[in-house]
Design a protein around this ligand. Structure first.
Ligand code: ZN
Length: 316
């Protein structure tokens, strides 16, 4: 029989583990994160009924993934971490009633988004991305968003079709638009919009329930983030469902509200800039404190955002 002490300790450990798993699934752990995460359980949520495309959300593979069934295989947006690819692809083919992924759109090149590229490419699937994302897929890259280096991906795992601006496709009777959000989360971000289903897959710049990450090593900066929200606010309606990079879903009204927050912050940052503040001064001034109940402690986001402004405006 365990002593009451060891029981307490075991319960404490189990409780702590659950909290960690839940925090990780919600994407609230602070960066940088290692990208060799262990295989996870995938949760599946149907976003639209079968007669309206059967668009499905998959969570737990490292990022939010969306898939739509098609006659030659599924359309998938983002692919989770490579360590989770097998379990994710099994969930995608089961939920969409398909045998393979026919088309994969990468919203950007980070490990959380491109971990299924190799499997999809080997099966002959078409990978679509921004041109900058394709370039990153072919090289080794470090980032402010993860530890270590990632890439280059094998040739078959790289995008076969790219855009520099915007594009659209018809898939299984659905019209799909995608567009560039320059220099926001990375320098190769795409959003993907299903206008008839009223669903926006926002990609890296929009995080669910926390502050967004800026990959300032690779072109991301606060000015681009503001422009990304301005662009996305023109795409959505108030009740549009918005699939975030990870974590919970938002609405179009949230996008408009967050656009206002980041526009105001951008102006505030320039006042700090004119006062000669450093990144820690900008964080200490707490200009986002009224939103911290909703989005968590803002200090890392503020310091990163302010550094991105210094990087853009202060010569070396
Ligand atoms: Zn990312």
């Amino acid at each position: 029989m365990p002593t009451s002490n060891s029981l307490t300790r075991r319960h404490f450990l189990q409780g702590g583990l659950k909290v960690l798993v839940a925090a990780s699934a919600a994407g609230v752990l602070a960066p940088p994160r290692a990208f060799a995460a262990p295989a996870a359980a995938i949760t599946t949520t149907q976003l639209t009924p079968k007669e309206m495309g059967g668009l499905t959300l998959f969570q737990g593979a490292g990022c939010n993934v969306v898939a739509l069934p098609g006659p030659e295989g599924a359309l998938m947006i983002d692919g989770g971490l490579a360590a989770n690819s097998k379990v994710l692809l099994r969930a995608v083919t089961a939920a969409t009633g398909t045998r393979r992924v026919d088309t994969l759109i990468n919203t950007h090149w980070h490990p959380e988004q491109t971990g299924s590229n190799e499997a999809v490419g080997r099966e002959g699937g078409l990978i679509i991305s921004h041109e900058v994302t394709r370039l990153y897929e072919g090289r080794k890259a470090t980032s402010t968003c993860y530890e270590g280096a990632y890439g280059p991906l094998p040739v078959k795992a790289r995008a076969g079709k790219t855009t520099r601006d915007a594009g659209s496709l018809e898939f299984a009777g659905q019209h799909i638009d995608y567009g560039y959000l320059p220099a926001s989360h990375t320098d190769g971000d795409l959003y993907v919009h299903f206008p008839e289903l009223d669903v926006l897959v926002a990609g890296g710049p929009v995080a669910g329930g926390r502050w967004p990450l800026l990959d300032t090593h690779n072109g991301g900066w606060l000015g681009g983030l503001v422009r990304a929200y301005e662009k996305l606010a023109t795409v959505v309606k108030a009740d549009t469902r918005v699939v975030t990079a990870d974590g919970k879903l938002l609405t179009g009204a949230d996008i408009t509200r967050h656009r206002d927050i980041y526009q105001k912050l951008f102006k505030q940052m320039f006042e700090y800039f004119n006062h000669g503040y450093g990144p820690s001064d900008a964080a200490a001034a707490r200009p986002l404190k009224e939103y911290e109940d909703e989005l968590g402690d803002a200090s890392a986001f503020l310091a990163g955002s302010y550094r991105s402004i210094l990087q853009a405006y202060v010569p070396d």
